[in-house]
Every structure is written in structure tokens, then in C-alpha cells.
Design a protein around this ligand. Structure first.
Ligand SMILES: Nc1ncnc2c1ncn2[C@@H]1O[C@H](COP(=O)(O)OP(=O)(O)O)[C@@H](O)[C@H]1O
Ligand SMILES: [Mg+2]
Length: 265
């Protein structure tokens, strides 16, 4: 489904700020794979997701979705394949528009029918059902402006917007990192549910090792612009934090120095 072949990306090439962010990344995801991504700060996790989304072109290598090389396509031409949710709950939704308007816009993205025709009752009913499943009480607040919601509620709406058109690939970049632990757990639970019910393929960056272990059927670890660990199948199911740390030491020959990752319980 997704095939990343040997991609490289250097920022600010030829200047004192030159930074090789991706150093030959390879990754293959099958249809329905839910792969968590961990690694220290600056390991290249967000850069991989940005490369897939086409925020800028990669320097070399290719990115294929369903066998089609998309690495030459501009960002807006890749958007129909992708759903994205970022860390900041303020991005992704329009604050001064109602919940229902935000959802309707997401449902119409890339289509000719605009919002000027209004939102039909059948469509409203559909959204109400979806929101009800979230169990956040949002189904009774559909005309509330999104700006009045909590961060967690906004991330839940963003998640629904990112998946309403059933993208081929869902990209989640630390999308619960800015939320309090309880809300984060709730949004993660929703993510699981949406991914499973819609049979989505997903990449989820997290700095929380436990979350990376308990969610998804695959896990990769990045370090210095490379994928240094790729765990799947039975091994992923049986994985523990201790085992993961040991694996990391085997592969990298050093102890994990990133306290942010270690401290995330
Ligand atoms: N747009 C950019 N311009 C310059 N440097 C960047 C840019 N994006 C990322 N980098 C650098 O590339 C490296 C990898 O960053 P990133 O992928 O964001 O790491 P993380 O694994 O924490 O998500 C870092 O050193 C970062 O500073
Ligand atoms: Mg990042």
C-alpha cells in the first residue's frame, strides 16, 4: 500500500545550518497496517510524514501509494490520499465555524459541491451518529463554534475530519501530546476505533513508548534519519518497554539517551 524507498532529505543544504534529516529511509506498509513510530527528538519522524504529504520534495528516493509514485506530486495532489492530524489542537479545525460546518467542509474537500447548498438533514443525522460514538457529548452541540471546545474535543473533531473521506493513509503526528493524560487516552481510543472500523492504513508518531507498544500491529523506531527497528506480528504483540529498550541498545550500541522518551510512562 505504502512503499518508501531510500528517501533522503537535507535541509538548508550548503549553509552552516545544513541538516540531513532523512538518511535513507525505507518502509513498506500493507493495507490495514497500523504502524506506530517512535524515536528521540530530531530523529526524523515528522520529516517522514511531511515527505509523504509532500510539504516539500525529497532529495532522492521514491514514495509509492498503491504502486503509484507520488514523490513528484505537489502537496494538494496528494491530499486526496491522506488524512493528517498534528500535535496542536488549534490546527486542523476552523475555530469560528460550527462543529457541523467543519465536518461538512471536510466531507466536501476536493469535491465540487460547496457549503452554499447547506447541510441536508440526512447528512446532519450521519454526523450526529458519528459524534455520538465519540461519547464526548458533542452530538448535542453541533452548532457550537469549535473555538469553544477543549483541546481534546477539538482533536476528536480533527480526527473525524481527517478520516471522513476514508483516506488511503492516515498520518498522526504526536496528535495527543498536547492533551492531558486522560483526554489523550480517550483520543487514542477513538483513533483505534476509527482506524479499525474504516480499515485504514495508519502511521502514528508518539513519544510515549507504552502507547507505541499497545497500539497498532507494527512499530518502527527512528534514529538519525533512519529506521533502526521494525517490529511486527507476534513480536509486536508480545513487546514490552524493557524488550524495546534492549532491542534499541542492540541495534544502536548505546543506551537511549533521550529522557523525553524514557520518561513517558
Ligand atoms: N523545515 C525544516 N527546516 C530545517 N530543518 C528542519 C525542518 N524540519 C525538520 N528539520 C530538522 O530535521 C531534523 C529532523 O526533524 P523532525 O523530523 O521534525 O524530528 P522529529 O523526529 O522530532 O519529528 C531535526 O534536526 C530538525 O531540526
Ligand atoms: Mg516531530
Amino acid at each position: 500500500m505504502l512503499e518508501i524507498n531510500n528517501i533522503y532529505k537535507t535541509f538548508n543544504a550548503g549553509t552552516v545550518n545544513e541538516k540531513r534529516a532523512l538518511n535513507g529511509v525505507n518502509l513498506k506498509l500493507n493495507d490495514g497496517d497500523f504502524c506506530t513510530v517512535i524515536g528521540g527528538n530530531g530523529a526524523g519522524k515528522s520529516t517522514v510524514l511531511n515527505s509523504i504529504a509532500g510539504v516539500w520534495p525529497v532529495d532522492s528516493g521514491e514514495i509509492l501509494i498503491d504502486g503509484k509514485d507520488i514523490s513528484g506530486l505537489p502537496e494538494h495532489k496528494r491530499a486526496p490520499y491522506l488524512g493528517r492530524v498534528f500535535q496542536d489542537p488549534m490546527t486542523g479545525t476552523v475555530a469560528d465555524m460550527e462543529i457541523i460546518e467543519n465536518l461538512a467542509i471536510a466531507a466536501r474537500r476536493g469535491k465540487r459541491r460547496g457549503l452554499s447548498w447547506g447541510v441536508k438533514k440526512s447528512e446532519k443525522d450521519k454526523y450526529r451518529e458519528m459524534l455520538k460514538e465519540f461519547d464526548l457529548g458533542l452530538e448535542d452541540r453541533m452548532t457550537t463554534k469549535v473555538g469553544l471546545l477543549s483541546g481534546g474535543q477539538r482533536q476528536a473533531i480533527t480526527l473525524l475530519m481527517a478520516t471522513i473521506q476514508k483516506p488511503k493513509l492516515l498520518l498522526l503526528d504526536e496528535h495527543t501530546a498536547a492533551l492531558d493524560p486522560k483526554t489523550a487516552a480517550k483520543v487514542l481510543e477513538l483513533s483505534d476505533k476509527i482506524i479499525e472500523e474504516n480499515h485504514l492504513t495508519a502511521l502514528m508518531v508518539t513519544h510515549n513508548m507504552k502507547d507505541a507498544i499497545t497500539h497498532g500491529n507494527r512499530l518502527i523506531m527512528m534514529c538519525d534519519g533512519k529506521v533502526i527497528l521494525n517490529i511486527e506480528g507476534e513480536e509486536k504483540k508480545k513487546l514490552t518497554v524493557e524488550h524495546l529498550l534492549q532491542k534499541f541498545e542492540e541495534v544502536s550500541g548505546s543506551k537511549i539517551e533521550n529522557d523525553r522518551m524514557l520518561l513517558s510512562e
